[in-house]
Structures are given as C-alpha cells and as structure tokens.
Design a protein around this ligand. Structure first.
Ligand SMILES: Cc1cc2nc3c(=O)[nH]c(=O)nc-3n(C[C@H](O)[C@H](O)[C@H](O)COP(=O)(O)OP(=O)(O)OC[C@H]3O[C@@H](n4cnc5c(N)ncnc54)[C@H](O)[C@@H]3O)c2cc1C
Length: 439
C-alpha cells in the first residue's frame, strides 16, 4: 500500500487549481540536502550515481517497486547518459547482497538490456509498430489531445502523471504505464505520438526503453495490451491520484472491450474546469549557458581526440594520454529530431563541462570536417549516435552485462532465458565470458 513520502509534497501543490510553474514545484518539494536520494532532482555527478547504487535495497525493491513510493533506485538518468553501466550497478549491489540471477532486481535491469538488444536487431524499425495491435493503425489519432498535454483531462491519475513529468523530468514506471495505456487504449492515440512527446520531457529519455515500452503497453510489441483500472491506481498511488468515477473505474473485462472499440472515451466533464499546466519548451539546441562553440579544426589539428557525447558521461578512459584533447559533442542532426527540455540540457551540460575542455555544437558535416584535422579520434559508441560516430571515430563498445544472444528473440522472456541460461547467481552473470555490448 502507498505510504506518504516526498512526492506528496509535490502533488499536494499540483492539485491546487492554480497556474503554477512546474519548476517552482520542484524546488519547494525538494529536501535541502543535496546528497539525499531525491528522485525529483538527481545531481549530475558520478558521486550521486554511486550513492544511489550504494542505496539499492534489492529485497525492498522486489517487494515495493510497483508502488509510487516503492524502493526504486532512481538510476535511470545515470544509466541513460552512460555515467554508470548496468554492470557497475549490479557489481555494486552484489558487493552487499549475493543475488540469484533470477532476482527481480536483475530481471528489471534485463529489460533495459533487452530493449537495447531489440534496437540493435531492428534499427529504425522500432519507431514503427513491431506487429499489429488491438485495432488497425488508422484507428489511432496521430496527435496527442490538448487536454492530455495540458494535464487537464479531469482524470486525476493522468493529470498527476503529466504534471509530475513536467515538474520533475521523472515518472515512476507504473505511472508511465498508466499514462501510456490511457493515451493509447482509452483516448485512441497512436503510441508513437505519445512516445515522441514523453521522451523529450524525461531526464532518462532513451529511444529504446521509451519507444519499446510504449509498444509494450500498446500491444504492438507484446502479446496483449496493458490495461489498468481505478482500483489498481488506488493500490499503488497516493490519494491525489485516485480516480473513482472516471472512465477508468470499471472492470478489466470492460477495459478489454474498450481497447477493442475504435471510438475514444469522451473527455471527462470535470476536465473543462481544470487549470491547464504549461508544457515545458523543448529545445533543439543547447542553451547558451552550456558554453559551446562551432566545430573547429584548429583546436584538434594533429592531436589525439577523445569525443564525449551525451550518452558517454562516465569516467574518461584511464588510457588517455596527457596530450589528448577531450571534446564534448552536441550533434544538431540528432537534437533537431529529438529536442530536450531545459532540465535535461542542464543535467547533461553540467557533467559535460566537468569532463571536457571544449564543447562543440554542430551538424554532422561540420563535425566531420573539423575532425579530419585530428591525428586520431576515439569515442564510446551509443545507438543514439550510431549513424554518425563511426564515420569519424574509432568507437569502443561500453561494458555489457548480459552475454550476447544471437538468435532472434521477439519476447523478453525468450531473451531472458537465453541470456541467463546455465547461470544461478548474479555473480556468475558478472563473471560470464564472451560478453558483447548489449547497447
Ligand atoms: C511508457 C514508458 C516509457 C519509458 N521510458 C523510458 C525511458 O525513456 N528511459 C528509461 O531508462 N526507461 C524508460 N522506461 C522504463 C522504466 O519506467 C524506467 O527505466 C524506470 O522507471 C526508471 O526508474 P528507476 O531508475 O528508479 O528504475 P528501477 O525500477 O530502480 O530499475 C533500475 C533500472 O532498471 C532498468 N529498468 C527497470 N524497469 C525497466 C523497464 N520496465 N524497462 C526498461 N528498463 C527498466 C532501468 O535502467 C532502471 O534504471 C519506460 C517505461 C514505460 C512504461
């Protein structure tokens, strides 16, 4: 059951029917200590990431992770930006807890690796439905309705989720599932419209985990659509989220029928009276405070270069020579397609500054021209920049946790069986030979 915790401070403020800037909500809700495990304002430092690893309690995680106040780790922004790897996380946890490989915590880490596996196999096809869902594609609208965007549907669980997303850049997994399910199955909006909207607002926005999770909820990447009702919300969320008397206050049988009928549920009459919240702007360019310049051949001419990008913000390799120039890169070709909100630019920018002496923002052509002047260029690979990085740099794969699975697995359960075959403990997984990159 739900226990009162820091989210309540935020949510008590959110339900007040006043136009409030989301950012103000965060600061008023955040505890003073910068080292507390505040899911609302993760600090962009390796120390903060390590503190979170040290705070993981796998037993409590397994028991409570579905609850909005459950013992989840808050590690996803650090994992997404390569500040720590799945291997670092599990190794850190295993120092204190000898886990079975089938432990819920290891299993959940597996979901991230699985989605990366699907991305590596399917490439850009993950942005289209992997297979048919409950209704033909044409039954779903391509635009997210205005009342959902404004957190003013009149369905408390949805409005709280949207407002929390805007105010914090974070959303508990269960809340992401509720929001996605409502958008797709009740309002009949195509999963792709929802996924594209949500990913820009998340601090941990990851194209594989996000878009494939939306497909999982939609039923285009899983056996069946994910549905939930008001009773489920009452079990796992604080009172402000409870949604009695709304379209969700029905049986699972009725929800199953709703998912199969093409008409969207009508907007809640109460929604029209709600004050709409402001969606944070998404920016395709780094804010000027991040101190970037255009790619510059002179700065790297004849030098060895290590490129740092937003998905490789971990420690620099110990093997870099003292003469190596460390260049930060924001690639406009990517960000024009996938803009971020201010909070994410600040999070990434702060760590990028710590690692680099020089930061470029430019398009692929200008980056390529400038890097031609370098003696050598190396970097860590990440699928978000996979179309570009190998054109300029010798790319290294980040450390993987799960062993490679070469056979096609459409379902997580198949992939999980194959990647943990013959293993009993998480320590054996960490020691497994023949690893390859799972990203
Ligand atoms: C609609 C939707 C969109 C999502 N978008 C993203 C996204 O953009 N980026 C992202 O990292 N995750 C995404 N997820 C997965 C999941 O919600 C987040 O990874 C999780 O909420 C992050 O919080 P945490 O670090 O406290 O997770 P914990 O529960 O503490 O889990 C630890 C780590 O395991 C991994 N993990 C756990 N559950 C999942 C899961 N269901 N799928 C994938 N990995 C998982 C994550 O790397 C997470 O950081 C999405 C899920 C849904 C339903």
């Amino acid at each position: 059951m739900y226990r009162k915790h820091q989210f309540d401070l935020l949510l008590d403020t959110v339900v007040a029917e006043e136009a409030v800037e989301p950012a103000a909500l965060v600061s008023s809700a955040s505890p003073a200590s910068p080292t507390s495990f505040d899911l609302l304002t993760p600090l962009p430092t390796l120390a903060a990431a390590r503190e979170r690893i040290a705070a993981v309690r796998p037993g409590a995680y397994a028991r409570t992770r579905n609850s909005l106040d459950g013992a989840v780790t808050g590690l996803s922004p650090y994992l997404t930006h390569g500040m720590v790897s799945l291997r670092d996380v599990l190794a850190g946890v295993c120092q204190r807890y000898p886990l079975e490989v089938q432990h819920k915590f290891v299993y959940e880490l597996g979901w991230r690796a699985f989605y990366r596996y699907v991305w590596s196999r399917r490439g850009a096809r993950i942005f289209d439905s992997l297979h048919a869902g409950p209704l033909p594609e044409a039954a779903y609208a391509r635009e997210l309705p205005d009342d959902i965007r404004a957190g003013a549907t009149g369905v408390p669980v949805i409005d709280q989720a949207v407002r929390t997303l805007y105010a914090t850049g974070n959303l508990h997994n269960h809340a992401r599932m509720w929001l996605a399910s409502y958008v797709v199955h009740l309002r009949k909006v195509h999963w792709r419209a929802g996924a594209d909207w949500m990913v820009g607002h998340l601090l941990d926005g990851d194209l594989a985990s996000n878009h494939l999770s939306w497909q999982w909820v939609a039923g285009t990447g899983s056996h069946k659509p994910y549905l939930f009702n008001a009773e489920n919300v009452a079990k796992y969320a604080p009172p402000q989220w409870h949604s009695p008397g709304t379209a969700l206050d029905v049986s699972y049988e009725a929800l199953g029928e709703l998912a199969l009928q093409p008409d969207p549920v009508p907007a809640e009459p109460g929604g029209r009276r709600l004050v709409r919240c402001q969606e944070p702007a998404l920016l395709a360019e780094p804010p000027s405070s991040l101190d970037v310049c255009a790619p510059d051949a002179q700065a790297v001419a004849g030098r060895d270069v290590w490129l740092v990008h937003p998905w490789s913000l971990g420690e620099l390799p110990a093997t870099l020579g003292p003469e190596t120039v460390v260049v930060g890169l924001y690639l406009s070709d990517f960000h024009l397609l996938w803009p971020w909100d201010q909070r994410r630019w600040r999070f990434v920018g702060s760590r990028m500054r710590e690692l680099t002496s020089l930061r470029w923002h430019g398009d692929a052509a200008s980056v390529g021209r400038a890097l031609k002047a370098a003696r050598s260029v190396r970097c860590q690979l990440d699928p978000h920049l996979a179309p570009w990085l190998p054109l300029w740099a010798q790319c290294q794969n980040p450390p993987a946790l799960f062993p490679p699975v070469d056979k096609p697995c459409d379902l997580f359960t198949q992939w999980w069986r194959r990647s943990t075959q013959g293993l009993q403990t998480a320590a054996q997984l960490l020691a497994a030979e023949g690893r390859r990159d799972e990203r």
